[in-house]
Structure formats: C-alpha cells, structure tokens
Design a binder for this molecule. Sequence first.
Ligand SMILES: Nc1ncnc2c1ncn2[C@@H]1O[C@H](COP(=O)(O)OP(=O)(O)OP(=O)(O)O)[C@@H](O)[C@H]1O
Ligand SMILES: [Mg+2]
Length: 379
Amino acid sequence: MARSPRWRELDPRKLSPDARRLKEGLLARVIGQEPAVDALTTIHQIWRSGLADPNRPIASFLLLGPTGTGKTRMVEALAELLFNDRRAMLKVDCAEFSHSHEIARLIGSPPGYLGHRDTPPYLSQENLDRHQTRENPVTLLLFDEIEKANDALWMLLLGILDKGTLTLGTNEQVDLTRCLIFMTSNVGADHFDRLHDSPLGFQRGVAAAPPDMAQVSDSVLEATRRIFSPEFLNRIDRRIVFNSLGTPEFKRILELELGYVRHRVRKRLDVDLKATPAARKWLLEKGTNPRYGARPLRGLLESEVLFAVANLIGSGQVVEGDAVQVDVRRDGGGLVFRAQHASLAAAASRGGGGATGAALHPIAEPLEMGRELLPVGSR
Ligand SMILES: Nc1ncnc2c1ncn2[C@@H]1O[C@H](COP(=O)(O)OP(=O)(O)OP(=O)(O)O)[C@@H](O)[C@H]1O
Ligand SMILES: [Mg+2]
C-alpha cells in the first residue's frame, strides 16, 4: 500500500534573502520604527512573490505619528535601497493643492484650456516610470500631509487606490499598478504629547497611569476614523503609527547624521572628522526634542558643523590629511574646531592616546552611497 508523503511544517514568517536585506537596510537607516519596517518588508515580500493584486497599486500605506520621527525618512530609505538614490520617488505635497484648479499641475488640463501643454503633468506615465529599473519595476509615490488635500485631490486619490489608474486632462490613462503609495499625516499626533506632558501621570490631583505607546497608537487610529472617510480608510492596506522617539533613538540618529556629514566632507577632501562626547551631547540637546523629534538635527549639523568645516577648508586652515576635532566651547555656547595632521594623530594614538585621543569617537561611516550597497533585487 502506497503511503502518502509526510507533510512538512513550514514557517510563513521566514524572509527571502531579498526581503531580509531590505529589512536590515531599513532598520539601519530608520531608527526605532521596527513595526513600520516589518510592515514594509511584508509588503515587499508579497510583491516579489508576485501575489500582489494586479488591478490595484502594489500597496498603500498611511503613515501616522508625530513630526520628525522618520515617516518621510522611511520612504527615502526605501528609495536608497531600491534605486541607490534617496530622492528616487514622486512626492506630492498635498498642502500645495488647496485650490481645485491646482490639480492641473498633477494631471494636466484638458486640451484647449489655458496652460495646456505649458507644463507636463507631474503624474504622467513617463514621470511615474522614471526611476523604475529592471530589477525593481516599482514606483514610490508619496503624498505628504494628506489631511490638507482638497476635494479634487481626494477624488483623485480614491480613484488611484481603488483601480490603480488615473485619467489625465488629455483623457490618457495612467497606470499606477506598479506603485507603492505612501500617505503621511499628523492627524492625531497631538495624542503623543500626553506621553511627554504627564511624566508623573497626575491629572487634576488624581493619580493616573501615564499612557503607553499602544494606548496612544489606538487614539491616533481613532482620530483618523473621525477625520478620514471610511471609503478612504478601507482602501488603505496598512495604517502605521510611528513611535515617538527618545534619547536612545536620538543618539543613534545623531551618529547616522554625523556619518553623512563626514562623508560629504570626505568627498571633497581627505579630512577625518571626529566629534568629542561633549560635542555630541551639545548637538543632541540642540537638535532633538520631543516636539519636533529629530527633525532639527540635520539643519543644525549643516549650519554648525558642515558650513564651519567648509569655511575651514576654504580658508586653508584645514588641509588634505588633517583630522578635525569638533568640540564644545568652554562656555558651552557653541562648537570649536581643532585640527591635527593625520601623521601626528596616528602617532598620538599609537602612543596610547594624545591629549584628546581618549575622548574621541570616530564618526560612523554613512550607510548610503557605500559601494557595497547593491540595490535590493539586483543579484
Ligand atoms: N526614525 C528615524 N531614523 C533616522 N532618522 C530620523 C528618524 N526620525 C527622524 N529622523 C531625522 O529627522 C529628519 C526628519 O524626519 P522625517 O522627515 O522622516 O520626519 P517625518 O516623520 O516625516 O515628520 P513630518 O510629519 O513633520 O513630515 C530626517 O531627515 C532624519 O534626519
Ligand atoms: Mg514627513
């Protein structure tokens, strides 16, 4: 009697090598947002396995949560990993479309209308396909601040999410079934203030447990149900509430951002940029806070470090082969810069650390632009 072959137990959570690479790449770039990374990795795996619905966009995400916590950065990181360019996406700032006629910038105007042909519509097929590669035939389409969209833009969004097509002013059809659509919104983000504003959890003299992330996340989702229509919410595949960030995450983000600055300097001149622990502390205090997250950090690094180093190079105070140390002024009111020639720096560290050697941490190498970074999907 023939015996039926044994059933093998399978693990549906196991990731393909491609998906694992994507996940690791996202985790290394976007700090403290593991649930969001997991959701993206899952969708990526569904798409790569060919199981996404062919009659709709590959997937749509509503990214929620406080400002400066990595919502936009997540999409940029995905662009870096897929196309080696963080700007390889189409981005629509919904706040710029507060009047109905402005929608023509996205879809063009009908023939015969004033301005027809003046500017090609932003959401043309050509633009949508622009960044696609053979390995990654996908378009990242980001609608920022969708709560600010006007009615015309809403109708357009609903159509895209539902059918994966769009009709231009010229009546041409645009195919959006190869799009990953991201929509960001700060709706309900004020609930996060409760995490920071009531550290002791006291309300009107009554002891109350401070809200935790899960509670806040529920409140944010509840707020989206009040603001957005059910027909819109039902068309979205994933709603993701980003975590509010704290000091451990800010520290890691600072290292990443310092790495990018170092890389920009290095591209210009062989100069090794280092920051003392005091400088890092100063940058963290000035560049991050619960209200704006890590958003101010990049601008601060540009104005306080990058521009200063540019001046030091321009004025010849820093030359090829120097190590530049960023430190805090004695009065704490700003940063100071010191240079040391590389051969001396190397000798100092061989000698067990010079005057400043022990306190210096090298700045981590940037993740982007690394030659070893193969776009996900290419083998
Ligand atoms: N989780 C994070 N990981 C790494 N960098 C981050 C993160 N959050 C914020 N940053 C830094 O802060 C900057 C601003 O973040 P981002 O643009 O992603 O904010 P956002 O969540 O989209 O905020 P908003 O709601 O105001 O648009 C990023 O460019 C990056 O430098
Ligand atoms: Mg954003």
